[in-house]
Design a protein around this ligand. Structure first.
Ligand SMILES: Nc1ncnc2c1ncn2[C@@H]1O[C@H](COP(=O)(O)OP(=O)(O)OP(=O)(O)O)[C@@H](O)[C@H]1O
Length: 572
């Protein structure tokens, strides 16, 4: 990830580095002018020095401005690139994969980890400029004396071994911290999602705050502090080696060389000049290592997201703009998923929907903690336009899972789905999904319709709001709802407005009516559903409202992941 970001920003980075180096050189030259001014005798000499001083000061200022602005831009660009990259992968990922990975880990990658990686671009100029200065000093040292240079190499070697050992240890702790951080994001979510429960139960609130959340915060602090301390200790070890080296050179190696005074002065100057950059370098490296750990974490998450992706069409599109699997690539981030018009056509929505068939489809959930499986299917069912199917059964019998299989959110492990007689495959699954509007029980309402604002659509939306008796609460203006602060039942009605506007041939309602008052429940089952039937829509209604089961064209009963009966209650 980090390597890729550096490659992506190479030119900007080179520009920023050159400006940094120039600023560093000018600072040194300014110092030489100050020293010269102290000893300058004539006014003419001082005038020349003054002009030079002014010149270097201006160049130093301009180059520092350019360098810091460019590095800040690099930082922000890296941040934006990563956000686009990760959210692009999340949008592309198979839904089931997302369920498995879980929101908190993705959230953690999007926020903390990407901040750490972007931070690298703040420490990078320090590393770069100081590394250049240290290298320059070593070259100068080699010119002064080969013996001393070789001694320097040995000391640097020793320092590196120490640093490497420390590094291995520190990385282990930073890794534990970054994994714990993913859990911490889960607890952060509970802070909001569980706000009501936490307020109603003081004991639980305390235990959550102290043990669960507090424990997680503490683990991250402890592991990160330990990892970083190891780095800092190795920095002190590096510093010690620098002084040991200086002592070695001054008091042992240049004992009785010819021109001792000149050589000693030369070394003294190099050391004085080199110590600060070397210290800065050693201090900046731990930050770069933090960035590396976070970069690896982002890679791990995006690779898991990638294991199965949307469909071959989007994969093809991404591969035409850059590498996709294995090596990290931001190439597809500008276009995280293909516009429907760009997709190939099989199982398409262009043909009028003529029906679909599930042929012995199966899906399995594996519950890791319990070492337990939930097996859905094999299930064989057909769905026709203008037909209302009620899917009923006890809690956990597999109704929602079957609906997710039906609408293409899960791909069948075995068996197949045929739409208009065409086989649904990985290549056309995304297009197949465009046949459906679904309101699951954990539905999400976007604040916009995301259909492109138009006066017509606003008018259509507002008419539907009136029909669903919501017009006094909310309106559609410029393609967006004026509010989402509604009761659960009202929000579900709003979701219904969205589904109506989508005008898809197949609608799925997962216990939609559960939150409606009796009057509107009646309207839903007795008016809205028949109306949809009359418009030729296929409808799957997951329901526990047995008062209305007789209104279904077909009643599919489920138990323990299997369809146990298909009935025709209305006698049609
Ligand atoms: N995201 C998931 N990960 C793992 N297992 C799951 C997941 N969702 C559901 N399951 C398992 O699948 C079984 C069926 O769940 P499903 O939600 O399909 O049932 P349901 O019939 O819709 O239940 P309800 O009437 O309570 O909504 C559950 O018992 C659960 O063990």
């Amino acid at each position: 990830m980090l390597t890729y970001l550096i490659q992506q920003s190479r030119n900007l980075m080179i520009g920023a580095a050159v400006a940094s180096v120039l600023s560093g050189i000018c600072s040194v030259l300014l110092l030489t002018q100050i020293t010269a001014a102290l000893t300058a005798a004539s006014p003419a000499e001082r005038a020349v020095l003054a002009w030079r001083f002014a010149g270097f000061a201006v160049v130093a200022m301009v180059s520092q401005m350019v360098a810091s602005v460019l590095f800040e831009r690099l930082n922000q660009r890296a941040h934006a690139d990563m956000r686009r990259f990760i959210s692009g992968r999340v949008i592309d990922a198979e839904y089931r994969r997302l369920e498995e990975i879980g929101g908190p880990r993705v959230q953690s990658a999007l926020s903390e980890h990407s901040t750490q990686v972007a931070e690298f671009f703040v420490s990078f100029p320090t590393i770069l400029v100081n590394a250049i200065i240290v290298t320059g000093c070593l070259v100068y040292m080699a010119l002064l004396s080969w013996y001393v240079f070789l001694a320097a190499v040995v000391v640097i070697g020793l320092g590196s071994v120490g640093y490497h050992l420390a590094h291995l240890r520190a990385i282990r702790h930073l890794d534990v911290a970054s994994k714990e951080q993913d859990k911490l994001f889960d607890h952060f979510r509970s802070l909001m999602d569980g706000a009501k429960e936490l307020r109603l139960h003081a004991g639980k609130r305390r235990r959550f705050a102290d043990t669960v959340l507090g424990g997680s915060i503490e683990t991250v602090r402890r592991e990160r502090a330990f990892g970083m301390s190891v780095f800092l200790v190795s920095t002190a070890w590096g510093n010690f080696l620098i002084y040991a080296f200086i002592g070695l050179v001054l008091f042992v190696l240049v004992g009785d060389v010819p021109e001792r005074g000149r050589v000693m002065t030369g070394f003294a100057l190099v050391f004085v000049y080199m110590v600060a950059p070397l210290e800065n370098l050693l201090m900046a490296l731990p930050r770069a290592n933090m960035a590396r750990v976070s970069g690896a974490r982002i890679d791990e998450i995006t690779q898991q997201l990638d294991r199965t992706t949307l469909d071959d069409a989007s994969r093809d599109l991404a591969s035409s703009t850059g590498p996709r699997r294995g090596t990290p690539s931001l190439a597809s981030t500008g276009l995280p998923y293909p516009a429907p018009a760009d997709l190939p056509h099989p199982a398409s929505t262009e043909l009028p929907f003529a029906g679909l068939a599930l042929r012995d489809v199966c899906h399995t959930y594996y519950h890791e903690g319990l070492d337990d499986l939930f097996k859905l299917g094999p299930i064989a069912l057909t769905f026709a336009p203008g037909e209302i199917t009620y899917l009923v059964g006890g809690n956990g019998s597999g109704k929602t899972s079957l609906a997710k299989l039906l609408v293409g959110l899960y791909q069948p492990e075995s068996g197949e789905i045929l739409c208009n007689g065409d086989l649904v495959t990985d290549a056309n699954r995304d297009r197949y999904r465009q046949n459906f509007s679904a309101i699951f029980s954990d539905f999400h309402l976007f604040d916009q319709l995301l259909e492109g604002a138009s006066a017509d659509r606003d008018a259509q939306g507002n008419a539907l709001l009136t029909k669903l008796n919501l017009h006094h609460k909310v309106q559609v203006i410029n393609g967006a709802f004026t509010t989402r602060a509604l009761s659960q039942g009202q929000r579900k009605r709003l979701a219904l407005v969205v589904a109506y506007l989508e005008d898809r041939p197949f609608l799925v309602f997962d216990e939609w009516a559960a939150d409606q008052d009796p009057v509107f429940k009646d309207v839903f089952y007795r008016e809205l559903l028949p109306e949809l039937r009359a418009r030729g829509k296929a409808v799957l209604v997951i329901s526990h409202d047995d008062r209305y089961f007789h209104l279904a064209d077909r009643l599919v009963r489920m138990e323990n992941g299997q369809v146990i009966a298909v009935e025709s209650p209305s006698g049609s």
